[in-house]
Design a protein around this ligand. Structure first.
Ligand code: PHE
Ligand code: ZN
Length: 868
């Protein structure tokens, strides 16, 4: 076994470490297969700890020597660390270890990517660099010396000296080891500069491999905008003389917030109009902001233990969403986030991997960097803000930064600052952190004597380890709309705290209002017409809303709702209803949907990006989830067929508008990745997709030829592939971009995504044999196998070819890169939705993975949870 036997770690067992660390000095003598790491660590007993056992984590380290206060000792070394006898007073620990970055394919600890040394320590990778109390509540000041014959040698903090073949760094801010970083390589900087609000000059660098210089400008601007925004909105200033970002090609995740030295997957930072889509630009801007914002929410204030991961991730995702809303369109961002949450987090929360935003146990923490911790964690903060109001939120955050700067904190600390600021009792609210599963809110209406009443009922189905659920505090934003389409009650937050609760609205001179609120009196004797309710505006809580509305009501909201989110939602609900009817009864698409879409597309007052979103459909996987919820076994082929049909019929229905909408892709001004142009291209691209259903791809072939940006090039190519054409363009694309790793990921992924279900598995098999299929690179692996898992009908091919193919590759990748393997196992998490035959096929594959000899702890935990 490569990994020690799996043990489960529990939140309730937390105890502080027996020692405090006053300082850490590290020296790296870099060599590809025998890097020496010398550590000098000043320890002293922790007065707050009971247990004085001296245990240092350490994995895959060759201990050369160890001393305590200069005296050589022989520690007791196991696979997971060492214990030693140490003085009951302050002492200095020194150790020298040897590690092998050249053979580190797991990309955790110190590794080499394309000749560049690079580290990844979160969550528990520092223990692969040297012996250390590798836990986030042990914070210290790090001084680092790097010896290596490479031009650029970087670590955290400020540079304190450099010469030929060496560099020294000092990070004055105490930090846990997971924020340590080192980079060494032949790199080029795209420099920048920022002056903070108090006048501190900060040197900025975006370090890339030679050849990538042309893809840095956008990221650098995004960084500056983020720095400014965090000052303006949260009052947070940067706190070092330099801020370095490094792009690396081999990386398991998106990016990492190491103090003063953020390391990015090159796909999350490098961008140019020729090589990146508008979606890439938006994602890059958001990730740069996210990592930068961690400097305060994560680094200055960190987590006491890994159960508190959402303390930094939920908050930082929330902050980066606010940033994107400010930089671009707030409603569009909100809609994107809701789509994403429903697709990924709801699937997780309602299946075998369901876990609370703050989990209570884990075997491998790397398996808990999930949509629940991140995205639901951010939603929980959004709800808190809605409940306490913007002003109290700002005060609470101020108090949080003030009170906890320099500390390793818990969710209790976080909630306490809100309680102290607002005098509210948030005990019930905390259930959002401890209860897993997505609450379902069902709505019934009553209309009696001119009083309109909404009765809300909440329930959360049992999830693994939690059979009984208690009611949660759900902020439900509601507006009312009169018969003529005018809003007659502006958005009002209902605090929904009980299992069943009714909210009555009465008619006043100023329109409708929640009964019991302050304001003008009810107009007695008035006989207002029944209003239409717009419920869960702005997606005010991460719940499933069960509201039986007629198509006519939905169409009415689609035409009139003043809340952009719910207006979009009305269209989405119409699409879902009609699709499910089509799947179950072979019905034709409903005219309410088709006419509604037509009206929206005609309305040129609406943002192009918003109109493009209106043309979207629920994913096939979501449709499968909805059918499963309704007690019907989803048939992936039937779902695929219905979606294809609806697309075809929609194209015919809006045919006359298509040329004009398509012309949005012809922008005269110079290319800009801003929200405005991106919206135009999104609408034009959506129009092209519909056009291709009618002209067999003729327009797409023209667009492919004229495309001078990647958004258009890729959308044209995908239309061609979808139409069963584009072979020539695909080859031309390859010839043009074969040396660009990030563009080649798109080339691989697109062929899988656009394939017809019967062919997906064969295309994947074919592509995995391509000489450029470098499967040890996580981006390339995900481009192909990740695309297989998200091509719903292709993955779920009835003969199980998709399942066995994915399993083959997961088994092959596991010994090389357990983290990426384990994450991709979630492709199987929805298996219990499907028919008995498919379930049996998937179970066989999961069992085959589980029984693989020497399977990693990461993957073992995932397949075990999914199978149970
Ligand atoms: N902390 C990183 C982020 O959210 C994610 C990450 C986790 C990266 C673990 C690498 C390893 O920004
Ligand atoms: Zn993060």
């Amino acid at each position: 076994m490569r990994d020690a036997a799996p043990t489960t770690i529990y939140l309730k067992d937390y105890t502080p470490f027996g020692y405090l660390v006053d300082s850490v000095h590290l020296t790296f003598d870099l060599a590809p297969n025998a890097t020496r790491v010398t550590s000098r660590i000043a320890f002293r007993p922790n007065p707050d700890a009971l247990d004085r056992q001296f245990f240092l984590h350490g994995e895959q380290l060759k201990l050369i020597r160890a001393t305590v206060d200069g005296v050589e000792i022989t520690p007791d070394v196991t696979e997971t660390g060492l214990t030693a006898v140490v003085p009951d007073a302050a002492f200095v620990w020194e150790a020298e270890v040897e590690i092998d970055p050249g053979n580190n394919t797991a990309l955790e600890g110190l590794y080499i990517s394309n000749g560049m040394y690079c580290t990844q320590c979160e969550a528990e990778g520092f223990r692969k660099i040297t012996f250390y109390p590798d836990r986030p509540d042990v914070m210290s000041i790090f001084t680092v010396r790097i010896n290596g014959a490479l031009p650029v040698l970087l670590s955290n903090g400020n540079p304190t000296g450099k010469g030929d073949g060496w560099a020294e760094w000092n990070d004055p801010w105490p930090k846990p080891a997971y924020l340590f970083a080192l980079v060494a390589g032949d790199l080029i900087t795209h420099p920048g500069q920022f002056t903070t609000k108090s006048g501190r000059e900060v040197e900025l660098n975006l370090w890339v491999r030679p050849g990538d210089e042309g893809k840095c400008a956008f990221g650098m601007e995004a960084l500056k905008k983020s720095m400014k925004w965090d000052e303006d909105v949260y009052g947070r200033e940067y706190d070092l003389d330099v801020f370095n970002i490094v792009a690396v090609d081999d990386f398991n995740m998106g990016a990492m917030e190491n103090k003063g030295l953020n390391i990015f997957n090159s796909s999350a930072v490098l961008a140019s109009p020729e090589t990146s889509t508008d979606m890439n630009f938006e994602r890059i801007e958001a990730i740069i902001a996210h990592e930068y914002f961690h400097n305060w929410t994560g680094n200055r204030i960190t987590c006491r233990d890994w159960f508190q991961l959402c303390l930094k991730e939920g908050l930082t995702v929330y902050r980066d969403a606010q940033f994107t809303s400010d930089m671009r369109s707030a409603p569009v961002k909100r809609i994107h986030d809701a789509i994403d949450l429903r697709a990924r987090q709801f699937a997780e929360d309602n299946g075998p991997l369901s876990h609370p935003v703050r989990p209570e146990s884990f075997q491998e923490i790397n398996n808990f960097y999930t949509a629940t911790v991140y995205e639901k964690g951010a939603e929980v903060i959004g709800m808190l803000k809605r409940l306490v109001g913007d002003e109290a939120y700002a005060q609470a955050l101020e108090l949080y930064f003030d009170r906890h700067d320099g500390q390793a904190c818990t969710i209790e600390d976080w909630i306490k600052v809100f309680e102290d600021t607002t005098d509210r009792d948030l005990t019930q609210f905390k259930r959002w952190y401890s209860q897993s599963g997505t609450p379902r809110v069902s709505v019934t209406e009553d209309w009696t004597d001119g009083i309109y009443t909404l009765t809300l009922k909440q329930r959360t189905d049992p999830t693994p380890g939690q059979s009984d659920k208690l009611p949660q505090v759900i902020p439900v934003a509601v507006g009312l709309i009169g018969a003529n389409g005018d809003e007659t009650m502006p958005t009002t937050i209902l605090e929904f705290t009980q299992e069943i609760q009714s909210f009555a609205f009465e008619y006043t001179v100023e329109g409708w209002r929640l009964q019991g609120c302050e304001g003008p009196e009810r107009v007695s004797g008035a006989n207002p017409p029944k209003p239409t309710a717009s419920i869960l505006r702005d997606f005010s809580a991460p719940v499933i809303l069960e509201h039986d509305q007629s198509s006519a009501e939905r169409a009415f909201l689609l035409a009139h709702d003043s809340d952009p989110f719910n207006r979009w939602q009305a269209g989405r609900s119409l699409a879902e209803d009609t699709l499910i009817k089509m799947i179950l009864t072979d019905a034709a698409p409903e005219t309410d949907y088709l006419d509604g879409i037509l009206a929206v597309l005609r309305d040129s007052d609406l943002d192009p990006s918003y109109r493009a979103l209106m043309l979207g459909l629920p994913s096939q996987s979501e449709l499968a989830a909805m059918m499963h919820e309704q007690g019907v076994t989803p048939d992936p082929v039937a779902i695929w067929t219905a979606v294809e049909t609806l697309r075809q019929v929609t194209a015919q229905h809006v045919q006359d508008l298509l040329p004009r909408l398509h012309s949005e892709t012809s922008i005269e001004a110079a290319f800009s990745p801003d929200a405005e142009q991106a919206g135009q291209r999104a609408l034009g691209g959506a129009a092209l997709a519909l056009t291709s259903r009618l002209d067999g791809g003729a327009k797409a072939a023209e667009d492919y030829q004229r495309a001078d940006n990647m958004t258009l090039q890729l959308s044209a190519l995908s239309c061609l592939l979808r139409a069963g054409k584009g072979e020539q363009e695909l080859n031309a694309f390859y010839d043009r971009w074969q040396d660009d790793r990030l563009v080649m990921d798109k080339w691989f992924g697109l062929q899988v995504a656009m394939s017809a279900p019967a062919e997906t598995a064969d295309i994947v098999s074919h592509l995995t044999g391509h000489p450029d299929f470098n499967w040890k690179n996580p981006n390339r692996f995900r481009a192909v196998l990740g695309a297989l898992a998200t091509n719903h009908a292709g993955f779920h091919r009835a003969d199980g070819a998709g399942y066995s193919l994915l399993a083959d590759w997961l088994i092959k990748l596991d010994p090389v890169n357990p983290q990426t393997t384990a994450r991709m196992c979630s492709a199987f998490q929805t298996w219990k939705r499907y028919d008995a035959d498919r379930q049996a096929l998937i179970r066989n594959q999961l069992t085959r993975i589980a029984e693989t000899p020497d399977l990693s702890r990461d993957t073992t935990e995932m397949v075990t949870r999914i199978l149970n």
